[in-house]
Design a protein around this ligand. Structure first.
Ligand SMILES: C[C@@]1(CC(=O)O)C2=NC(=C\c3[nH]c(c(CCC(=O)O)c3CC(=O)O)Cc3[nH]c(c(CC(=O)O)c3CCC(=O)O)/C=C3\N/C(=C\2)[C@@H](CCC(=O)O)[C@]3(C)CC(=O)O)/[C@H]1CCC(=O)O
Ligand SMILES: NC(=O)c1ccc[n+]([C@@H]2O[C@H](COP(=O)([O-])OP(=O)(O)OC[C@H]3O[C@@H](n4cnc5c(N)ncnc54)[C@H](O)[C@@H]3O)[C@@H](O)[C@H]2O)c1
Length: 410
């Protein structure tokens, strides 16, 4: 088995994945793509387009254990070649699509054009709107209209729409894309924009050129997020996947300890995993509600509230913490997304990459606890180590308490 990951990049996602010191071969089509990852640790860069046969040979000759395809959504041919090459070389492949919070902290993320408009109302400085004419209405609520410049298609209908939305000709740029980095920069300067509003159109929508241009002109980007996409995987998933395949380590998780006494924890699912987690949370003093159409025998004596129904988003109301442990992958993913949207920490039992916290292995004796984690890389190792600790923990705590008492007395 190989020891490196072959990452097809040239995208924001690709660049993001070079940050984690995976042993990488980073394949890009252009020298510009290579330039953007200069200095990435542990990374060999290869430049140039390969066909399927060349890719297959490359995989076989270059010590490759697995392949991550993070190419542009519109790079259909590359995607098909990568798929064919991996199948021929019998090498595992993961397709990464769209970022999930890959942009740096400087990009303001909002859920809708309305939210972008509300956000802008609390700011100053000119604004370049590159969201397309359909979204322009939403910005009517911005009180100082002279701040707003709309970049739209040079189509008579669109121009009419702009006028209806209160944009005069001095505040419209009508031009057909794609726009290069330079072109974006020039338009930001021309309009004196401090803010650039964009949809998350992905690479095909020229998002990278917009973000780069804004950065170089010291303007900030407001990005309207796209709804979650089916199919492709996130960067987080790919990172975890590659680390597991290669048996790589990572820095340990930081166990942030939380007081759950009398606070509400909501668990979805009534099976073995839900029961184990409910028991842990009850031990920590939490007020636990479990939602499921059916409950296993483990719940019989449990001190928690059982709600016999399928999970709904309203169930998260008032929750300080949530656990998705149904046997339905889609329901679990929906719980993860709904909790994250509400800022509620959530563990998704069948998908580490969807978790905003990981459920710990808890070892307790009274108020004295220890928790074990293998950084989400091996729950089985976590479980075994926790069981070993459990077998001695009570005794150790008792002994150490006694030793402290003795010191005090003596
Ligand atoms: C600690 C503990 C708490 C608890 O669950 O109570 C826990 N897993 C435990 C055991 C365990 N889990 C699994 C097996 C079978 C393994 C095997 O057979 O190889 C065993 C062993 C067993 O049960 O014996 C399977 C499994 N687990 C996860 C996935 C999905 C994935 O990784 O993506 C799958 C595949 C599921 C599937 O097939 O769909 C994911 C997660 N499990 C976590 C916690 C989080 C990371 C903790 C860390 O940092 O290490 C994390 C990442 C996310 C989260 O769930 O928050 C508990 C020990 C209980 C204790 O002793 O206290
Ligand atoms: N993280 C871990 O430690 C770990 C370990 C093993 C398995 N898993 C994963 O955890 C999940 C649960 O495992 P399990 O062994 O408890 O499964 P299980 O089949 O015993 O229980 C599933 C429960 O989900 C309930 N459910 C189904 N649809 C629901 C809905 N819409 N709303 C609420 N509840 C619903 C069912 O009634 C059932 O009680 C699985 O996805 C499994 O892959 C995680």
């Amino acid at each position: 088995m190989g020891r490196r990951v072959l990452l097809f990049g040239g995208t924001t996602e690709g660049r993001e994945l070079t940050r984690f010191r995976l042993p990488l071969v980073y394949a890009v089509a252009t020298a510009y793509g290579a330039e953007l990852v200069r200095g990435a640790e542990n990374t060999e860069v290869t430049v140039g387009r390969m066909d399927a046969a060349e890719m297959e040979k490359f995989i076989k000759d270059s010590d490759i254990a697995c392949v991550i395809d993070a190419t542009h959504p519109y790079a259909r041919e590359a995607r098909e070649n990568i798929r064919a090459a991996c199948a021929a070389a019998n090498t595992p492949l993961m397709r990464v699509q769209r970022r999930e919070a890959v942009t740096d902290g400087d990009v303001v993320r909002v859920k809708s054009a309305e939210e972008a408009a509300r956000f802008l109302e609390g700011t100053t400085g000119n604004v370049l709107l590159t969201t397309g004419s359909k979204e322009l209405e939403a910005f009517a609520c911005v009180s100082d209209r002279s701040r707003l410049f709309a970049r739209v298609l040079p189509d008579p209908e669109v121009i009419k729409k702009c006028a209806e939305c209160g944009f005069d000709s001095g505040h419209i740029i009508a031009m057909q894309g794609p726009f290069s980095l330079l072109m974006n920069e020039e338009m930001i300067r021309l309009t004196g924009a401090r803010w650039l509003v964009t949809k998350d159109g992905g690479a095909a929508g020229g998002i990278e050129e917009k973000i780069e241009a804004a950065r170089s002109c010291k303007a900030r980007v407001i990005m309207i997020e796209r709804p979650h996409e089916e199919g492709g995987h996130s960067c987080t998933e790919a990172l975890l996947w590659a680390r597991r395949i290669l048996g790589l380590s990572r820095p340990p998780l930081f166990p942030m300890l939380t007081d759950m006494e009398e606070r509400s924890a909501v668990i979805a699912g009534g099976g073995r995993i839900a029961a184990r987690r409910a028991a842990t949370l009850i031990k920590c003093g939490a007020a636990v509600t479990v939602v499921s159409p059916e409950f296993g025998p483990e719940f019989k004596e449990m001190k928690c509230r059982l709600v016999r129904k399928g999970w709904e988003p309203e169930d998260l109301e008032g929750a300080a913490l949530a656990v998705a442990a149904t046997d339905d992958e889609k329901v679990n993913a929906a719980i993860g997304a709904a909790a994250k949207e509400r800022g509620i920490p959530v563990s998704v039992a069948d998908n580490a990459a969807e978790c905003s916290f990981f459920f710990p292995s808890l070892v307790t004796s009274g108020e004295v606890s220890a928790s074990v984690s293998a950084g989400a890389l091996s729950p089985a190792l976590t479980h075994r180590l926790a069981e070993r600790l459990r077998s001695v923990w009570d005794e150790w705590v008792k002994e150490e308490r006694a030793a402290l008492e003795e010191k005090k007395d003596g």
